[in-house]
Design a protein around this ligand. Structure first.
Ligand code: FE
Length: 337
């Protein structure tokens, strides 16, 4: 009899410990798969842990690898959150059923509508502007106006572009299709191709280096690459131009995040996501990579502010994903390699 009581007592104790233990670890850790590199995310995770006591474990890799891994792991994935660049990649993760819709008044208040998924499966955390950079010795800003004007024959032999294989350009063209339709967009892309001074380049920095060297006069890049290059070589004859200001605005994209469908620590993951959209993290999130905060209450880094303010295109970035396949086909037809 005594033995039965004793063993029941033990079972009760063990159950309590097991439950408490499970709860404790549930609240204690978020696992993140991140396509943003460590130095661009760790400062925000550290600030979150300091504020909440919840630790953040993370793995970094490129977006394609992380999506494949999430898909393969299915229900067994340790990941609670996916962070990646480009709305096209986030849209793809959502399409694969890897992300969970999140209802959050905080996220809705902190992030403008055009920078988050209408189905609430992902949320922008920083804004990346894809804009025009030109050689200040060869081009006057008054000669520049819009992305579509770079298709004009006055730019023949003067344009450098990064390869169409890069998702940034696929998103740019996808957003153009959404705004202008396929026929007009194809005409623009054909015009760009006709104006190229060199074969398309492997990266944005290379394109700007050729502009600085006078091999071409103008290019289209993400502004943070301009920031990085000028930090390294301040005397380069390069400047930023904000196009389409009399039209619908500069093409913007995001880096952003979503909570995974199979998150084990969903509650903590939502808290982390909300934290990343808050004032404290937004200051860090944009500054570490010279991007723009999504939260309009936060000012960008002073070095970034010096490039001037601009009107963003308000079209929802979800179009970058929805029309990505169309964009790739269109660029192929237009001979943009
Ligand atoms: Fe980039």
């Amino acid at each position: 009899m005594l033995r039965i009581y004793f063993s029941r007592y033990l079972v009760a104790i063990f159950s309590c410990v097991a439950l408490f233990g499970a709860n404790f670890s549930y609240a204690e850790e978020v696992v993140v798969y991140s396509a943003r590199i460590e130095k661009l995310i760790k400062p925000m995770f550290d600030a979150f842990t300091k504020d909440t006591g919840i630790s953040v474990k993370f793995v970094t890799d490129n977006a394609g690898v992380l999506l494949t891994r999430l898909k393969a792991e299915g229900k067994n994935t340790p990941a609670d959150m996916l962070i990646t660049t480009d709305a096209g990649n986030l849209w793809e993760a959502a399409r694969e059923g890897l992300l969970e819709p999140i209802e959050s008044k905080t996220l809705e208040a902190n992030i403008p509508t055009h920078l988050r998924d209408p189905k609430k499966q992902w949320f922008g955390l920083s804004v990346r502007a894809r804009t025009i950079v030109y050689n200040t010795r060869k081009v006057k800003p008054a000669e520049l106006s819009t992305y579509e004007d770079l298709a004009n024959s006055k730019w023949r032999g003067r344009l450098c572009l990064r390869t169409s294989k890069k998702v940034y350009n696929q998103s740019l063209v996808a957003m153009m299709i959404s705004e202008y339709g396929k026929t007009r967009s194809e005409k623009i892309v054909r015009g760009w191709v006709a104006n190229l001074a060199t074969d398309p380049l492997s990266d944005d920095t290379k394109a700007m280096e050729l502009v600085a060297a006078g091999k071409c006069d103008v290019t289209i890049v993400n502004s943070y690459y301009y920031g990085r290059l000028l930090k390294k070589s301040p005397s380069l004859p390069l400047a930023i131009f904000w196009p389409n200001q009399a039209e619908s605005g500069v093409h913007v994209n995001i880096s952003g995040a979503g909570v995974t469908k199979n998150a084990k620590s969903k509650h903590a993951a939502v808290r982390l996501l909300e934290f990343l959209s808050s004032e404290k993290a937004q200051n860090l999130f944009a500054d570490v990579n010279m991007e723009y905060p999504v939260n309009p209450k936060i000012k960008p880094d002073p070095a970034v502010m010096a490039w001037g303010s601009f009107k963003q295109n308000q079209l929802n970035v979800v179009a970058a994903g929805e029309l990505q396949t169309e964009a790739v086909k269109l660029m192929d037809r237009a001979g943009y390699r």
